[in-house]
Design a protein around this ligand. Structure first.
Ligand code: SAM
Length: 244
């Protein structure tokens, strides 16, 4: 499956994005008559039969037919906002959050984040994470590639607020507020954002700040999960609630 940066209309489509051309023609060595799947920017899935591979112009001509499969996207737009962590962990979070249906993945700097990103590395790091999201989206047969975003402070995180905004706070779990998550999910919101703290958790003043910005503190059950596990628990709960 390949993502194309257009809306497909009519019954032919020309694959001319260099990366996709290279993968289809050179890596997979597809031939005339082979089929590939294309997802366009309107999140529709097409089966595309290759009719001509034009190596000189780096173009592949295909005839396309809409595939009437149900969307693989969650009926609610989910953003997971995770505190910065080590490279392998944020890569893992990006890949797994994509597999589990997140639409937006935000990494943010917080007081107890063990990693900090210098300004001059942000673009390169985001490009790598975006590539990981793309590969995971292809393999999971998503209809979109999740967007990966970085903000270096909590105030900027507020720019990405959803209809319902949550902060996963283990103290809420201890205080028996577990059902707040279930209550929120029963409201039928179209978009939900949940923020997750780093290995050392959120500082109390960060929780106060988020609460004042209308983020509801929620517990995610009685067990304390690692920073990278908590967003996966959250995404799985949402999938269970909305998709199963
Ligand atoms: N400071 C905590 C401690 O040592 O007890 C651990 C923080 S936990 C490793 C990292 C993040 O995962 C937390 O900031 C929170 O956002 C989330 N988290 C983990 N388990 C949770 C739970 N049971 N309920 C709510 N949030 C949880």
């Amino acid at each position: 499956q390949y993502f194309v940066k257009n809306i497909i209309s009519g019954n032919t489509f020309v694959i001319d994005e260099p990366e996709t051309f290279k993968h289809v023609a050179k890596v997979m060595r597809h031939k005339n008559g082979d089929v590939v799947y294309l997802v366009d920017t309107s999140e529709k899935l097409y089966v595309a039969t290759i009719t001509k591979i034009d190596v000189d112009d780096a173009k592949i001509i295909t005839t396309v037919e809409l595939v009437d499969n149900p969307s693989t996207e969650m009926p609610v737009s989910v953003t997971v906002a995770c505190s910065l962590s080590k490279k392998d962990k944020i890569e893992w979070i990006t890949q797994k959050s994509t597999e589990l249906g997140a639409r937006t993945i935000i990494f943010f700097d917080s007081k107890y984040s063990i990693m900090k990103w210098k300004k001059n590395v942000v673009e390169k790091k985001l490009a790598r994470l975006q590539e990981i999201a793309k590969n995971a989206a292809q393999q999971s047969k998503r209809r979109i590639i999740p967007q990966v975003i970085y903000v270096d402070n909590l105030t900027d995180l507020l720019k990405y607020k959803a209809e319902a905004n949550l902060v996963a706070y283990e103290e809420s779990a201890k205080q028996g507020e577990i059902s707040r998550l279930a209550q929120t999910l029963n409201q039928g919101y179209k978009s939900v954002l949940c923020a997750f703290g780093p290995e050392g958790g959120f500082a109390p003043d960060e929780i106060d700040f988020l609460n004042q910005a209308n983020f509801l503190s929620v517990g995610l059950g009685p067990r304390i999960m690692r920073a990278e596990t908590a967003p996966m628990y959250f995404l799985s709960v949402l999938s269970y609630k909305y998709e199963l």
